[in-house]
Design a protein around this ligand. Sequence first.
Ligand code: NAP
Length: 298
Amino acid sequence: MTQAKILDGKWLAELVLTDIASKVEKLTSSGKRPPGLAVILVGDNPASKTYVAGKHKSAKRCGFKTFDITLAVTASAEQVKQAILSCNENLEVDGILLQLPLPKQLQANPLLDLINPSKDADGLHPLNQGLLLRGEGKIRPCTPVGCMLLIDLAYSGVNVGQVATLSDIKPIDLSGKKAIVIGRSILVGKPAATLLLERNATVTVAHSKTADIASGCREADVVVAAVGIPEFVKGSWIKEGAVVIDVGINRLETGKLAGDIQFQEASARASAITPVPGGVGPMTVAMLMRNTLQAYHG
Ligand code: NAP
């Protein structure tokens, strides 16, 4: 039985935010304006409000200027469009985030497509997704990039909690390793698979029509689960020594949060594993800040 390294996303996100804050401090102390992040929230979904508050706090921590645009739950597509276009035109706004999900009268994709791709802090614009497939582009989807940094931490000699900087964690080459991504959404699964391929992993993508996901998992050196079903991946499916990344955030009837992976059982077999909460979630927010700084530099 192995003792898994717990991939503490809060700790790693703090390294990222510290790195960004020091870069922004250099910019502003030389007289340049700070990067600006605009967050558009439509409606009053409590979970969305909590996520937006977290993003706001991280943006402030980085020294960014923030622009909060809150629209009523009854907002029309035209009103959201105008909010996006005004952010596109605002020279102080470098990154734009349209918080999802949107109220049911609104379709997300046509609105996301209106965001200027060079200000697309979430990395979900079709142009940025296409560039990712080509192995190009600097603005990439936040959650999958956060997963990759957690995988880098897993393979690094860096221990969580030790004095470290972001530069101590190097991109890992996954040549010869097998990875499985469970889930094929545009938000997580597909870009995560692309990023793993880019690092030379041999990647399987599993989804709701896949037969025998357990067998695929048992062969995988890296497991990324983005399914949205609590404890979908059983501990017994995990290969000894695998690196296990749990993207899932599922609210149980008890009010507690659960991931997509049986944490206790999987951590008895994995070499490294993310907790839920406190794993991928904080990294997603940190990568949003990194994309905003990237957009600032153009
Ligand atoms: P999604 O769009 O609903 O996609 C879920 C994927 O899981 C789909 O590809 C689906 O397959 C697959 N799936 C569903 N049931 C399955 C089954 N029984 N067997 C195998 N595959 C199955 O969800 P998402 O946006 O990718 O998010 C996934 C999870 O990650 C959710 O819990 C979400 O809350 C969480 N999340 C967390 C963060 C974070 O920052 N931590 C960010 C984003 C999302 P089909 O394509 O065949 O339907």
